[in-house]
Write a protein that binds this ligand. Structure first.
Ligand SMILES: NC(=O)c1ccc[n+]([C@@H]2O[C@H](COP(=O)([O-])OP(=O)(O)OC[C@H]3O[C@@H](n4cnc5c(N)ncnc54)[C@H](OP(=O)(O)O)[C@@H]3O)[C@@H](O)[C@H]2O)c1
Length: 251
């Protein structure tokens, strides 16, 4: 049997897997949530937008004769990961997650760990600070509850409506970011606190390394609970998993 993959993407890791499966001529579609204006071009077909919950994803798997699903979404995309686990279980489609380990505190780090976004908002109570808020566009509204701070935002696209943060600067960039670049950005805006999700991986790590280099505290938001599913860490391990599931990967 030839495989026909659905890759749930929106991450550096999903793009790396897309390159590997394209290089091997393995049929696959990469799915985006459709949250950014110009998603990164890919060497395999893409689709964009929600499936319509578990029922919608089940129908999509059937209609497109998907043989395997790779959940390569961001570790904070918990809803999509839950839907994928439920839909694959219901349709009998094998699922693997391509994941990255969470970041751990290194010598020199000054982290305060919090459980989730509401806890991060609560932890910001107190005198005005200059905060680099690197949590993505979706959660900015929650921080309006702490309006006393200056917020430095970094966003992939310019927002359609200004975030409800009275004192902020938005830098529009999709990276890649470097430690030196992030250090310079933090110094330019006199940042004294960084708020970050514990994304793990390399794509978003520059700001954490920059905060350590500048001896800045980091409010680190822990990952949400994710469904239990088989996991692997590299695109090659995804290919191994496919090969062991008995499909024909060609030469
Ligand atoms: N959360 C982050 O911090 C973060 C950071 C970087 C990149 N991303 C990427 O951005 C996307 C959205 O993340 P999120 O945290 O908003 O997700 P989420 O809260 O887990 O998902 C909300 C809904 O968005 C749709 N969706 C999410 N990912 C999708 C995908 N890859 N393809 C098709 N539909 C998708 C699904 O809609 P339906 O129920 O209608 O199917 C899902 O129920 C994901 O692809 C993720 O990998 C997220």
């Amino acid at each position: 049997m030839r495989p026909n993959l659905l890759i749930l993407g929106g991450t550096t890791e999903a793009s790396a897997l897309a390159r590997v499966v394209a290089g091997r001529d393995i049929p696959a579609v990469l799915s985006y949530a459709g949250r950014v204006d110009r998603p990164k071009p890919q060497p395999i077909p893409t689709r964009s937008g929600g499936f319509g919950g578990v029922a919608g994803l089940r129908a999509w798997l059937r209609d497109n004769a998907v043989t395997h699903v790779v959940d390569a979404t961001h570790p904070f995309a918990a809803q999509m990961s839950r839907n994928a686990a439920d839909a694959c279980a219901a349709e009998g489609v094998p699922l693997i997650a391509l994941t990255r380990p969470a970041w751990d505190e290194q010598p020199g780090d000054r982290w305060q760990r919090v459980a989730d976004i509401p806890a991060a908002v609560d932890a910001l109570a107190g005198p005005a600070r200059r905060v680099m808020l690197a949590v993505g566009r979706m959660h900015l509204d929650a921080f309006a509850a702490q309006p006393q701070h200056f917020y430095l935002l970094r966003l992939v696209d310019a927002p359609d409506t200004p975030p409800p943060l009275s004192d902020h600067v938005a830098v529009i960039s999709r990276g890649p970011f470097t430690q030196a670049g992030d250090r310079a950005l933090m110094q330019e805006h006199a940042i004294d606190l960084v708020v970050s999700k514990n994304a793990g991986g390399t794509g978003a790590r520059a700001k954490i390394d920059a905060a350590r280099a500048l001896n800045l505290p980091v409010l680190m938001i822990d990952r949400p609970a994710l469904p239990v599913r088989p996991e692997c860490a590299t695109p090659d391990q995804v290919l191994d998993w496919l090969a062991h599931s008995g499909v024909n990967l060609g030469v």
